[in-house]
Design a protein around this ligand. Structure first.
Ligand code: ISJ
Length: 188
């Protein structure tokens, strides 16, 4: 895998839609994955022997334009690849505001290769919020990332963005399904 943290951050500005508003959700098994509310990590682990979080980068950075309107100051940005038996299936980009870092004693900044979901789905103070979806064109940065992972991008990529509520704040987790994942999901 010739992806390095040199190109971090990989995220690109995208227009996210409420699932009720986007007319053209994929009409195949991927739709269920896009809208599922549980831990993606737990679901991915049922499709492999070895699950691994590869960190592309983590840093306090300013969000992309319109990515986090309530936070124009730097937030903790974590980008990872979720790999199943050595194959990257998901690119994930998480944005965590400073007040959540402070109120959780910086647990999120010391995750390392532990899946974020281990924190999000075990803390009684964190509740899943809305889900939004988006389609990524084949000419974008994330398509280029997929290509650099030796995954052929024949069609636009699909992703979702989930909000997680903690006290009176939110963090955002975006997950883009790479071609290897879509190939498996739609052909199981
Ligand atoms: C939110 C979850 O955590 C996963 C793990 C991530 C990480 O380690 O950075 C990011 C996105 C998720 O797919 C989950 O398991 O649902």
């Amino acid at each position: 895998m010739n992806v390095t943290s040199v190109s971090f951050p990989y995220g690109e500005s995208i227009h996210w839609f409420s699932p009720q508003k986007i007319q053209s959700l994929p009409d195949n098994q991927l739709k269920d994955w896009l809208l599922a509310t549980g831990s993606l990590t737990q679901r991915l682990k049922t499709h492999c022997t070895h699950f691994e979080v590869k960190i592309l980068g983590e840093h306090l950075l300013t969000p992309l334009q319109d990515e986090f309107p309530s936070h124009r100051e730097p937030v903790w940005i974590r980008e990872v690849l979720l790999c199943l038996d050595g194959t990257p299936w998901v690119f994930a980009r998480t944005l965590i505001p400073q007040n959540i870092l402070d109120s959780t004693r910086n647990q999120f900044t010391h995750l390392g290769t532990r899946p974020l979901g281990e924190l999000l789905f075990t803390s009684p103070d964190i509740t899943p919020g809305n889900i939004e979806v988006a389609q990524f064109e084949t000419c974008g940065r994330l398509a280029a990332l997929a290509t650099s992972l030796n995954q052929q991008v024949d069609a636009s990529l699909w992703g979702r963005r989930r909000y997680f509520n903690l006290h009176d704040s939110q963090l955002i987790v975006s997950e883009i399904f790479l071609p290897a994942a879509v190939e498996h999901i739609n052909n199981v």
